[in-house]
Design a binder for this molecule. Structure first.
Ligand code: FAD
Length: 322
């Protein structure tokens, strides 16, 4: 049994599904599962953490944690992990997790396995798998020696467990000295997209250079609306100005692992595949039967996306309605 500390991620008063995945995996393996909850006015979130498997919630409420900063998070998480003698410290491999967890590992003088796609426990030790060489190979990683093990896990890799309303966590109000921080967020300016982020969505509809314009992405948005999906893009589409960089999937964009990835007019360059190859089901729509994306796709449609996508969206709508 390991003593596992999971850093809870939340935004706009809601916990992220990826946090539930980590809690679920740890508690299902019979570990002593702790959650670290940082912020200001976030105490209400502790209840849900308990329902997903946290036995104890270490709550730090501090004005310095109102907005995320790597500096404050790293300091708080390190202190709590040290004080609690954590065997394992986990966070989701989101832009936030990949930002502060290397600092945590350095401060704990621990090894770090990042962007893991599987997690197994063996006593107090963990074993993880992580893609390497742009996803062409998968490394199995074990931690040697004593001391804490730090890992970030890709969202959607472990699956979200069902909450158990009968479960609750003991909430411990912690005091961490956050004076002397040198960074402070003054204001957060939100993007105007109401869509889920590509890293969190369980369905992603992506478009490539073949979309030809930003306006043409409307047909993908319409299909995404039917599916409750996020809209992603290849780098070629982003470089052409069709989509913002936050939607880019791939080696220099975001890494996604949804249940369903629909690639429209995307050739399947290795750098794009690096960001989506662990998707559970991949559908490709491409006019070129030789496009590399078809080698990875579970389902392929050889055809013009401007004809296929609207028909597909209509059929999906019918299915959803019945
Ligand atoms: C260091 C580095 C990092 C990179 N990082 C990334 C990254 O993070 N993400 C990323 O995506 N790329 C990345 N790239 C770029 C990558 O190599 C490719 O250039 C890019 O992915 C190509 O995008 P695309 O598939 O949209 O365009 P293309 O390769 O031009 O493919 C367009 C596809 O659309 C098909 N098509 C054309 N018309 C239609 C139609 N009407 N209907 C259906 N299909 C049609 C074509 O047959 C073709 O297969 C990176 C490159 C480098 C060097």
């Amino acid at each position: 049994m390991a003593k596992v500390f999971v850093v809870a991620e939340h935004r706009d008063g809601r916990l992220k599904k990826s946090t539930f995945e980590l809690l679920g995996a740890s508690s299902a393996a019979g570990n002593e599962t702790h959650a670290i909850l940082l912020g200001e006015g976030v105490a209400d979130l502790a209840k849900e953490l308990g329902q997903y498997g946290a036995q104890k919630v270490h709550l730090v409420q501090n004005a310095a944690l109102k907005f995320y900063t790597a500096e404050a998070y790293a300091k708080a998480v390190t202190e709590l992990a040290k004080a609690g003698a954590a065997d394992v410290v986990l966070a989701s491999h989101t832009p936030t997790g990949r930002d502060f967890m290397p600092r945590v590992a350095a401060r704990l003088n621990a090894g770090l396995a990042s962007d893991c796609i599987s997690l197994a426990f063996d006593g107090a030790k963990i074993k993880v798998r992580r893609p390497v060489y742009a996803g062409k190979a998968t490394a199995e990683v074990e931690f040697v020696g004593a001391g804490p093990q730090v890992a970030t896990i890709r969202a959607n890799a472990l699956g979200v467990p069902k909450p158990d309303a009968s479960k609750s966590a003991e909430v411990i109000n912690e005091n961490v000295d956050l004076s002397g921080l040198v960074t402070k967020v003054i204001e957060v300016v939100k993007g105007n997209s109401a869509r889920p982020d590509v890293t969190e969505a369980s369905i992603v509809v992506s478009g490539g250079r073949a979309m030809k314009s930003a306006e043409n992405f409307k047909i993908l948005e319409e299909m995404a609306d039917v599916l409750g999906a996020a809209v992603g893009a290849s780098r070629a589409a982003v470089d052409a100005g069709y989509r913002p960089h936050r939607d880019q999937v791939g080696q220099t964009g975001k890494v996604v692992s949804p249940s369903l990835y629909i690639a429209c007019g995307i050739s399947g360059a290795i750098q794009h595949l690096a960001g989506m190859r662990t998707s559970k089901v991949i559908v490709a729509i491409n006019t070129d039967p030789e496009a590399p994306i078809f080698q990875l796709a579970d389902y392929g449609v050889v055809g013009d996306l401007f004809q296929v996508v609207p028909v597909l969206a209509q059929e999906l709508k019918k299915v959803r309605e019945h």
